[in-house]
Design a binder for this molecule. Structure first.
Ligand SMILES: [Zn+2]
Length: 346
């Protein structure tokens, strides 16, 4: 691979101008901290200091208590999204932030169940979200779609209901089906029917795995859920055979370096195995996961690859291409983004 990219002397290329697809961003987690403060004020929600200090909260999710604390903060933030206007604002701002970071395509991940009680039920909630996505995409120029994600802490029958709902909206902006929350709880296999419904309905299977749990959780995503992408997947780096399998089958890992460090999956940015995955040929799509709680957005993840892991511009362009190829962006947009990436790197 050519690596003789000119950087010495000239200014570094602006990573924000590198076209990319953003495939791992959670709904509430995408919120601007300033918006959270305003919405909490509007709805009279008392926020804990961890969400008001202006600094990302100290988190550690490597044990269940730490994960519970993370989920508690997430739940409080989510409770500030109560009206269709709140949803529209959240989605518009997520798209604006992505546009500023060079994202041409954003797949935002949401479990509509959590918002449904305040928005009139599951179907109205998903419709409000899809309408918001449509408007935000039109207004910002960022292509957008939705990944409906089930919660693995809930009953597998709930996941099936969500999968059927997601399939019903496959031609209105839902492109994938995910599975989130604590990988250490329950088995991926319990959700195999839900994922079968989603896949048969034409949706991409993109469960979380290989974040809080090790390589076995990634294998479960592949074997039991036929994942085409894996949320995180970084712990696959502990198993060379699994890395080969991911590379051979072209399954993309949605790697979120800042999130991994914020949650204590790795102690330091340099410990995130970006190089290991990249050199093994595992496709990656860098993502921000929950900027609200981790303090950084999409372009910052590419800055970590450059600044901490010494990715050259040729390699950063390669990462961006991988993100586009793993996306469900329409063909014309993919082609545009890929040629934009070539132009950035040339
Ligand atoms: Zn995630």
């Amino acid at each position: 691979m050519a690596r003789e990219v000119p950087q010495a002397g000239g200014p570094a290329r602006d990573i924000r101008r590198l076209p990319k697809a953003h495939l791992h961003l959670h709904f509430t987690g995408s919120m601007r901290p300033s918006t959270l403060l305003e919405l909490a004020d509007k709805h009279g929600v008392h926020l804990p200091e961890a969400l008001t200090s202006g600094e990302p909260p100290q988190l550690r999710a490597t044990d269940e208590r730490g994960w519970f604390r993370f989920q508690r903060l997430y739940d409080i933030a989510r409770s500030c999204l109560r009206t269709p206007e709140d949803i529209q604002r959240l989605v518009r701002e997520a798209a604006e932030e992505d546009a500023a970071d060079g994202s041409g395509w954003l797949e935002i991940q949401v479990d509509p169940t959590s918002y449904a009680p305040r928005l009139g039920g599951l179907i109205p909630t998903l419709e409000i979200i899809l309408d918001a996505v449509h408007s935000a995409s039109r207004d910002t120029g960022v292509g957008m779609a939705v990944v409906v994600a089930a919660n693995r802490m809930k009953h597998p029958l709930d996941a099936r209901t969500l999968a059927r709902l997601a399939v019903r909206y496959a031609d209105r902006g839902v492109v994938g089906f995910g599975l989130s929350n604590d990988e250490r709880r329950g088995l991926a296999r319990d959700f195999d029917r839900a994922f079968a419904i989603a896949r048969e309905g034409g949706l991409l299977a993109a469960p979380h795995g290989g974040e809080l749990a090790g390589p076995a959780s990634v294998r479960d995503c592949l074997d039991d859920l036929h994942a085409e992408r894996v949320g995180h997947g970084v712990r696959a780096a502990e198993d060379p055979r699994l890395l080969r399998r991911l590379a051979d089958s072209g399954v993309t890992c949605e790697v979120c370096p800042a999130s991994n460090v914020a949650l204590g999956v790795y102690d330091k940015p340099e410990d995130v195995p970006l190089r290991t995955l990249y050199e093994a040929g595992v496709p990656m799509a860098l993502g921000a996961d929950d900027p609200l709680l981790f303090g950084s957005r999409l372009a910052a993840q590419y800055e970590i690859a450059r600044g901490v892991h010494a990715f050259t511009d040729v390699e950063l362009a390669d990462l961006a291409r991988q993100s586009v190829r793993a996306s469900r962006a329409p063909e014309e947009l993919r082609a545009n983004m890929l040629s934009g990436i070539d132009a950035w790197a040339s």
